[in-house]
Design a protein around this ligand. Structure first.
Ligand SMILES: [Zn+2]
Length: 125
């Protein structure tokens, strides 16, 4: 994956400079962005990636799923290429948006989702 890191500089009250890393923004790897980086389409791809970088996992999946549903045939593949999300993730987001899969809960992942706790991975001798 190709990321474009940006840094946010803040000056604290005591005059010391604080550098805070912003979230990574995925750089689109489609043919259009590679050959014509100043085109309108390339700018819209960059805008999508900048917007999506501010979202959490669930918001990102559902927003990209929403965009994919509006593109029609090939939308999932295209948005996967633009955003760097897997086609499976975009497809899941699309299903959540189109169906009744959107939960009102504040949970980002389903219960039990994500990595196992480190304690479970440790080997005991
Ligand atoms: Zn692109």
């Amino acid at each position: 994956m190709v990321y474009n890191f940006t840094f946010n500089r803040k000056i604290r009250l005591d005059g010391e400079e604080m550098v805070q890393e912003k979230k990574a923004v995925y750089k689109c790897r489609c043919r259009n962005c590679a050959t014509q980086p100043d085109s309108e389409l390339a700018l819209s791809h960059a805008s999508i990636n900048h917007l999506v970088a501010t979202f959490n996992e669930k918001q990102r999946r559902q927003f990209i799923g929403f965009l994919a549903s509006h593109l029609g045939h090939g939308g999932i593949k295209n948005l996967s290429k633009i955003t760097g999300l897997s086609q499976k993730t975009v497809s899941r987001g699309k299903k959540e948006v189109l169906g009744s899969g959107i939960s009102i809960s504040n949970r980002i992942r389903i219960e039990g989702g994500g990595r196992h706790k480190v304690e479970k991975k440790k080997l005991i001798y």
